[in-house]
Design a protein. Structure first.
Length: 282
């Protein structure tokens, strides 16, 4: 049986640059709208406009049974939340996942934003720290791609970073890392092989070499890692009701190094603390 290689050619890597940038533009359009009083459906509409304006389409809408451009998850919802008439509130922690398909190639990325609330400064600080830990672990994983031999090194780096941040201020216990939901390859489809675990596993995983493109996306909670799927059959929430955070970037490995396809600067700012300089896809 024919099996498509998980490794892209240089021409295919170049084709993945634009969908990555379109995905980034959609999230840039959403970010300033994540504020109290805004409905999550408004975020969805803004993302869709940004994608269509660039001549692309939402790859989320191509997923069977899903009809929106983004997933938006609030507070105890970690991933796969459905946009609705829900009105965002001061202090909410909001994760937005988005993707675009352009000329048959895909981008996928996610951000987390905490809405200010001066009346609950402690809560906001806890949620901002959760987001910081999650984002930092993502960059730690991406940075490891520059020297990793196998994808298992990426998962180990993510887990090591999270554990090094200490305990959650909410529970006094280590932060939770979702085990059932992981990163993935990306290319002609939004979700392809191989899997990218956000924790250490016995399996070394796929070889990291030029042509590999993966979406690295740690999902971290302020409490336990156990989750359940809500009655809408999509939204993943924590069983213990603690907050979740989700960050994601699509990353390409090529002959010159690594490049974050869903960051306009290729990941330069996020990778700088790790001593890694991204190299554009040529």
């Amino acid at each position: 049986m024919f099996r498509r290689s998980i490794y892209k050619t240089p021409t295919q890597l170049r084709a993945m640059v634009e969908p990555g940038l379109i995905t980034a533009a959609a999230l840039d359009a959403i970010r300033p709208l994540i504020r109290a009083g805004v409905k999550t459906l408004e975020l969805d509409a803004a993302a869709n406009r940004a994608i269509l304006e660039r001549g692309a389409e939402s790859n989320f809408q191509l997923v069977r049974g899903y009809h929106h451009t983004i997933c938006v998850s609030v507070n105890e919802q970690v991933v796969h939340g459905i946009p609705s008439d829900r009105v965002l509130q001061p202090g909410d922690i909001v994760s937005v996942d988005c993707g675009a398909q352009f000329q048959g190639w895909n981008g996928d990325s996610a951000i987390t934003v905490v809405i200010p609330d001066p009346s609950r400064a402690d809560l906001v600080a806890q949620r901002e720290e959760l987001s910081r830990v999650t984002e930092g672990s993502m960059w730690a994983g991406i940075a490891t791609m520059a020297t990793a031999s196998h994808l298992g090194d990426v998962g180990a780096a993510i887990q090591d970073y999270i554990e090094a941040q200490g305990s959650s201020a909410v529970t006094g216990e280590p932060y939770g890392i979702l085990r059932e939901y992981v990163g993935h390859g990306i290319g002609r489809k939004m979700h392809e092989a191989p899997s990218v675990f956000n924790y250490r596993t016995p399996d070394p995983g796929a070889e990291v070499r030029p042509g590999l493109v993966v979406a690295i996306e740690p999902m971290v909670t302020a409490g336990g890692e156990m989750t359940f799927v809500e009655d809408d059959d999509w939204t993943v929430s924590t069983i213990d009701g603690t907050d979740g955070s989700h960050w994601e970037h699509s990353v390409a490995v090529h002959d010159g190094g690594i490049w974050v396809l869903t960051a306009p600067d290729g990941g330069a700012e996020g990778l700088a603390p790790f001593g890694v300089t991204p190299v554009p896809v040529a």
